[in-house]
Design a protein around this ligand. Structure first.
Ligand SMILES: *[C@@H]1O[C@H](CO)[C@@H](O)[C@H](O)[C@H]1NC(C)=O
Ligand SMILES: *[C@@H]1O[C@H](CO)[C@@H](O)[C@H](O)[C@H]1NC(C)=O
Ligand SMILES: *[C@@H]1O[C@H](CO)[C@@H](O)[C@H](O)[C@H]1NC(C)=O
Ligand SMILES: *[C@@H]1O[C@H](CO)[C@@H](O)[C@H](O)[C@H]1NC(C)=O
Length: 510
């Protein structure tokens, strides 16, 4: 083939503006980290130099939303670009013995990018199902390599975690009746129980060798790094333990930030920073029920499991050296938008399904306005008859229902607590999030001002339109549990689950 043929082939294959050299994507997802937890988002005692520096070199979002105020639904939406209602990942979350999982018919970012020639890997917390013989593991959803725990690290006895000695304040227990927490490599159990002090170092080593191999093979790569930090209970490896002034939470955050620093450094050392997009955000708001061992939503109201801003608005940073102009944006964006955005940047085909996300590539590369003007807030316990609990349109947010949550206990605001029962609001509560991001001042009390009638009508119409257009897939989380599905490295052993105990390889042997 002559050069002209190659050039022509390039033009035919690639939509305008898309590079023939698709960017590497590193998607870093934190766990239960609140809007107010990072130094760069204003926390006075967090030490997050690497995330702060990524924010200084990249684009930092102040109106970025996740779709689920708890783990599994939020992750389902992130990876599919669709509300969790469409994949059935609601209500609540998956357990080690859950029969359901993210349906294999769903198309993930990993599948979209793999079909465009990317090599793909995931490190960390999955939480989208395990199933019979690993039916729902990441390796069945487009990830060629997986190292991690298939669910949350408190969904096991937390045998060697820092809740001990017992006189330390932990504010909770782990799931003591569950099987010991496993670490998987692809579909095999590598270690059971997890050794928390070496977990993050193993993830880092795995991630860095994956990146290195991809570069050697001259392949674009997609790395999904889903941290356990800073979900309860807090832990950190020796390098970070006792090193922060913010206690156990601060140490875990410091370790997470250290990983971000190591990934940034790996990319720079390999000289691929000009062709690598970093995306960082978190799955849902902070678990304030853990008091000083939970996160912080900063100025925002309440936290995890609520549809107040603290439940779903998250810190988010996108960094691509030389391509994304550094700055801060208050444009609306969501985890839903990541799949369409990276597909556009990679020149990959979108799946033939209803997507809820928008392509933000022009916002990233040209500083254009966001194509997103609305956001829809689902609670953890989705009821298709009620639908969304709140809707944001531009700067206005209307609450149709409010409800406090166990996860958002302990802060002084009673609206956040479990005792704040499900309440319908008709007319809705209406807040101007530009002037009142803390949702303090209901604009429709004591009366509906004339000038707000048009926007209220528009919001109610949009709620109806969204409600009509939503197809609720049958619930995967309600498919029941089967104790025999609990992962065990030693399947024939008795008595379960305590016999599921396998020798612990050290990091150096990997
Ligand atoms: C699951 O794996 C076990 C052991 O390898 C095997 O006996 C069984 O047939 C598998 N079940 C299914 C449904 O694939
Ligand atoms: C856990 O890992 C650390 C660091 O590698 C090691 O010192 C420790 O012995 C391990 N613990 C167990 C129970 O294997
Ligand atoms: C990265 O891009 C900058 C300008 O955008 C250029 O000066 C630099 O040489 C590039 N570095 C590499 C490693 O390509
Ligand atoms: C997309 O899916 C719809 C409905 O499933 C189908 O009718 C249509 O042919 C598909 N389009 C393509 C291009 O595959």
């Amino acid at each position: 083939m002559g050069p002209w043929v190659l050039l022509l082939a390039g033009l035919l294959l690639c939509p305008a503006g898309v590079s023939t050299n698709p960017p590497n994507i590193i998607l870093i997802f934190a766990d239960d980290m609140g809007y107010g937890d990072l130094g760069v988002y204003g926390h006075p005692t967090s030490h997050t130099p690497n995330l702060d520096s990524m924010a200084a070199k990249g684009l930092r979002f102040t109106n970025f939303y996740t779709t689920g105020a708890v783990c599994s639904p939020s992750r389902a939406s992130l990876l599919t670009g669709r509300f969790q209602t469409r994949s059935g990942v609601y209500p609540g979350v998956f357990y080690p013995s859950s029969v359901g999982g993210l349906p294999l018919s769903e198309v993930t970012i990993a599948e979209v990018l793999h079909s465009r020639g990317y090599v793909t890997a995931m490190a960390g917390k999955w939480h989208l199902g395990l199933g019979l013989n690993g039916t729902f593991l990441p390796t069945r959803q487009g990830f060629q390599h997986f190292l991690g725990v298939p669910y949350s690290h408190d969904q096991g006895p937390c045998q060697n975690l820092i809740c001990f000695p017992p006189d330390t304040r932990c504010y909770g227990t782990c799931d003591l009746g569950e099987t010991l927490l496993p670490v998987f490599i692809d579909e095999q159990i590598l270690q059971q129980p997890v050794n928390f002090t070496e977990l993050v170092p193993i993830y880092e080593q795995f991630s860095k060798s994956f990146i290195q191999r991809a570069v050697e093979q001259n392949k674009p790569f997609f790395l999904y790094y889903a941290a356990h930090h800073t979900h309860y209970p807090q832990f950190a490896s020796a390098r970070y333990t006792g090193k922060s002034i913010r206690g156990k939470y601060g140490d875990a955050l410091l370790e997470f930030d250290g990983t971000v620093g190591d990934l940034l450094m790996a990319v720079w050392d390999l000289g691929i920073q000009n062709n690598t997009l970093f995306i960082f955000t978190s799955d849902n708001g902070p678990e304030t029920m853990r008091k000083e061992r939970g996160g912080a939503s900063g100025i925002l109201k309440c936290g995890k499991s609520t549809t107040y801003e603290g439940g779903l608005r998250e810190p988010a940073i996108m960094y691509w050296e030389g391509k994304i102009k550094p700055g801060v944006t208050s444009e609306l964006a969501s985890t839903l938008d990541i799949l369409p955005t990276v597909a556009a940047l990679a020149g990959a085909k979108l799946p033939n399904v209803t997507l809820d996300g928008y392509d933000l590539s022009k916002l990233l590369l040209k500083g254009d306005k966001s194509p997103r003007n609305t956001f829809y807030y689902y609670p953890p316990t989705i009821d298709p008859n009620r639908g969304i609990h709140a809707l944001r349109m531009g700067k206005y947010k209307a609450h149709f229902y409010t409800q406090g949550a166990f996860h958002s206990e302990t802060t002084p605001d009673p609206d956040c607590h479990i005792t704040a029962l499900l309440t319908e609001h008709n007319p809705p509560l209406l807040f101007d999030l530009d002037t009142d991001p803390a949702e303090n001042y209901n604009l429709l009390k004591p009366f509906i001002p004339k000038d707000l009638e048009p926007i209220l009508t528009e919001i109610l119409n949009e709620r109806d339109r969204f409600h009509q257009s939503m197809n609720y897939a049958p619930s995967e989380t309600n498919k029941g549990k089967d104790p025999s599905l609990r992962p065990c490295c030693n399947p024939e052993c008795t008595p379960k689950p305590s016999c599921c105990h396998c020798s612990v390889p050290s990091v150096n042997e990997l």
